[in-house]
Design a protein around this ligand. Structure first.
Ligand code: NAI
Ligand code: MG
Length: 358
């Protein structure tokens, strides 16, 4: 009997709806082509429209409804008329944090046909995976506001790091670095200015490193890291950073690789106690919503990450080959890449490439 993967599809808002529809089409064709498995997509209409009707971004038993799925395929969340902290905390973080998806994995490389804004980079010099701590740190949600609206108002956001939280993400990054050909890890820090949690972060990195003698690693202050990413991209391979640092560095990485529209991410629960969640890095992009020009490549690439997580590396490879065949042709670039193609045209081209692949 053919294996069936059950996937919770949550397109949510804006172009999330457009790119997830494209992703589902492509995954269904891929499954049909391989013949080894198929997908059952369960659709959830959570997001900002749901919020406007029900006052919450997802139902109270929402996680219960998706906890037994093999994976979550997520679009983007955010609407112009709902505050961002409500949409983000109400849906995306409301899934990531309780499902303990603590490893946020963001591959970046320059796909064929795409030009990096870096003059001296043609492709092979930039091939990174950023591992972002995804459960605590600066986004732990610890803090508060007192005397709201009064002149003496006080507000705090406390970055909270735990030994177990830091240990597990650094260990995950060392393991990932070990699995890549260069076995090279850069640990991003800011222990010169933040002298408590970041010093603990550094110490734990050194302790964990002892368990991975075959991985070469170094430590880099986050400000200097931005320079190194631009000036010496070839010296980097796997990168691990805190929630905030990696959030910022990965947008830089996406830009250096040509566009936010191609950057994927996976929110992984490595122990597989809960489903992991796969999404493009970008947001709901109000400026292009409904125009049919959203770049679906980030979503296709995260679908590859999902296939790898499901244990289908051959299908993942097949999909990535199809995507690269399409990006190699500039007439199939969407406007974010300087082209004129539509979401529909790129999706059709990827489907044709999958069908034509032997
Ligand atoms: P954004 O990522 O939505 O858009 C930034 C710029 O990149 C826009 O000009 C947009 O048109 C372009 N862009 C993004 N993805 C694209 C794609 N696939 N194809 C072509 N162009 C693309 O970020 P922005 O504007 O800061 O945020 C808009 C909303 O999205 C906000 O409500 C924000 O909170 C939310 N957001 C949600 C995220 C998520 O769900 N993970 C991540 C980032 C933002
Ligand atoms: Mg971000």
């Amino acid at each position: 009997m053919t294996k069936t993967y059950t996937i919770a599809a949550i397109p949510a808002d804006g172009i999330g709806v457009e790119v997830i529809a494209a992703g589902i089409e492509v995954l269904d064709v891929l499954a049909e082509k391989t013949g080894a498995f198929r997908f059952r997509f369960d659709h959830f209409d959570w997001g900002s429209d749901y919020y406007k009707k029900h006052g919450v971004m997802m139902p109270a038993d929402g996680r219960e409804q998706i906890k037994d799925h093999d994976a979550i395929f997520f679009g983007a969340v955010g609407a112009p008329d709902v505050p961002d902290h409500i949409t983000l905390w109400g849906l995306r973080l409301n899934i990531c944090q309780p499902f303990d998806q603590y490893a946020n994995v963001r591959p970046t490389r320059i796909l064929p046909g795409i030009t990096s804004p870096l003059r001296h980079v043609s492709g092979p010099e930039l091939d990174w995976v950023i591992v972002r701590e995804n459960s605590e740190g600066e986004y732990a949600g610890v803090g508060g506001r007192v005397h709201q609206g009064h002149p003496n108002e006080v507000a705090t956001d406390v970055s909270m790091m735990t030994r177990s939280g830091v240990d597990r993400i650094i260990r995950y990054a060392f393991k990932l670095a070990q699995s890549r050909p260069r076995k090279l890890l850069t640990v991003v820090t800011k222990s010169n200015a933040q002298r408590h949690a970041m010093v603990m972060w550094d110490q734990i990195a050194a302790e964990v490193a002892a368990d991975f003698p075959d991985v070469t690693w170094d430590k880099m202050l986050v400000d200097a890291m931005t320079m190194r990413m631009v000036m010496k991209p070839e010296t980097l391979d796997t990168i691990v950073a805190t929630n905030l640092h990696a959030d910022i560095l990965s947008d830089l990485a996406a830009a250096l690789a040509g566009s936010l529209g191609i950057a994927p991410t996976a929110n992984i629960n490595p122990e597989r106690t809960f489903p992991s969640m796969f999404e493009p890095i970008h947001g709901s992009a109000f400026d292009i919503t409904g125009k049919g020009i959203a770049n679906p490549v980030a979503t296709f690439w995260t679908a590859c990450q999902m296939l790898e997580h499901l244990g289908e590396p051959d299908a993942a490879g097949r999909l990535m080959r199809a995507v690269e065949r399409v990006t190699a042709d500039p007439s199939l670039h969407t406007p974010d890449l300087g082209g004129k193609a539509t979401t529909r045209q790129v999706t059709d081209a990827v489907i044709a490439a999958i069908r034509g692949d032997n």
